[in-house]
Design a protein around this ligand. Sequence first.
Ligand code: NAD
Length: 333
Amino acid sequence: MKIILFNAREDEKSALKKYQDENPTIQLDIYNEPLTSESAQYITNEYDAICVSQVKEIPDEVYYKISEAGIKVFATRSAGFDMYKLDLLKKLGIRLVRVPVYSPNAIAEYALSGALYFSRNFDLIQNNVNNNDFRWQPSITSDEVRTKTVGIIGTGNIGRVAATLFKSLGAKVIGYDVYQNDAAKEILTYVDTVEELVPQCDIISLHAPATSENYHLFNEELFKKMKPNCILVNTARGSLVDTKALLNALDQKQLRAAVIDTYEFEGPYVNKLNNIEDIKDEVLLQLLKRNDILYSPHIAFYTNTAIDNLVSIALNGAIKILNGEEAEGEVKL
Ligand code: NAD
């Protein structure tokens, strides 16, 4: 079997090598370039499948080129697939396979780490140390996680692992989900509304997808219901939080701090070396400036295990389809 793979990033090289070593019968031709009209010249009829990890839109002519080469399977090394032209794939009879779950632990551990950073006052302690202030003083004592209540919003794959991690430290864990599931009931206690969850929590971790119903779920009104010591962690999607309202709530001391791995308008800046002068987004500039915000560029997933899994699950998904087997990640077109 022969697969052509585009946009091989530096951080994927070791995962790709490992895959090749473990699957010597699969011939993998690897290109660093993203899939564009120019790089599409490498696609020939010797290939059975194509594997991409695309951020930029793929021109229509490239889809036609894939089809003309007789390629029937298009695998993406990502969970999301909204960047592809599904109608065109369907029309051309090309099947799409993605990686629905690659490592919930990666994101859940990141959420836990961010929450611990603030709950143990690392920000305040570091600030004191930077000023050579090594005193033990009440302003930097903290409460242990086992004395805290943690709220998980969205109790799917990642939310359940996050709940398990917080519970393993002894926290009381409560959860909210539009569709409660039995697996989560083993770990946490559900409440019926977000409004009921928020005032009880010392840490709130978001793990729901972006939908029209939860756009700016965390808004001015909800921030007013928070405990003043509460830490908000968003590793889910930026649109769940009204960021201007968050900044205002922090100024009003309605919560203690926030971990922001996903920000509504992160798009132009993610996975890039940015000059500060080129960042025109005033809200983002404020997020970057504050010590009570731990900002990161949508990086919670970024572990070696996750990268290994993204590569191997995408390729294995393509191979399953080629072998006439069912692939869990196949997207119904
Ligand atoms: P999942 O589909 O397994 O679980 C999502 C859960 O959220 C489901 O149980 C669903 O019923 C629930 N839900 C949907 N709408 C809701 C709402 N309005 N309120 C409460 N719950 C709601 O998804 P997952 O794999 O656990 O991913 C969770 C989130 O993490 C997604 O937003 C995903 O995009 C994000 N994510 C972030 C990163 C990162 O690097 N930061 C990486 C991967 C995934």
